[in-house]
Design a protein around this ligand. Sequence first.
Ligand code: PLP
Length: 232
Amino acid sequence: MQTLTERFAAANDQVQFAAQKFGRAPNSVKMLAVSKTKPVSEIEQVAALGQLDFGENYSQEAIEKAQRLSHLELNWHFIGPIQSNKTKGLAEHMAWVHTISRDKIAQRLNDQRPSSLPALNICIQVNVSQEDQKAGVSIEQLPQLVSQIETLPNLSLRGLMAIVENTNDTQRLTEQFATMRSLFNALKAEHPSVDTLSMGMSQDLELAIQHGSTMVRIGTAIFGQRQPKKES
Ligand SMILES: *Cc1c(COP(=O)(O)O)cnc(C)c1O
């Protein structure tokens, strides 16, 4: 059985190998360690290996972990669904939020971001697979949300995020990743702050990197399987 240290090293290698394979610059793809449901002790272990960016997708858990580990000065990324009664804690404790798809949530995060902190880094989630049950803006709604975020001084628009369809159909995945890449390139051309395309998880990181991902969100490959958990 592999240790956490070994899995972390292997995931890192996989990301760097894929970047090289597809002619991407070294370090042009960042690995976000998705630690949801995993104990603080495991985050400490991975942080000690030099990983600074961690992702969580249950708001209460994200806020608690960020508070308990504040001495480590990690960058906390929120990648889960956002309820409006949780925006204050997220605005106070996260460095990034990847899952913005509503103007109301963007406005609240802006208003609740403490003035002592730098602007909150924002990715807009795009429902690129157009699945009814999936969060994210449609491609048609995207420009309007971009314009709104641009007016909010305590938010910094960094890019786009997608959770592609859960399928093994490489053709469909390729189409979705490629659509995200073209949306990202168009956005970047107009907005100098945009530099992040958050897509790819343990199962599809190589395909995501092939299609221009700059941040892959890796949970299982680093931390092992999760027990199912519900938002409290
Ligand atoms: C859990 C999660 C991940 C990580 O998924 P793995 O398959 O474990 O790598 C990535 N992105 C989001 C939004 C998640 O909720």
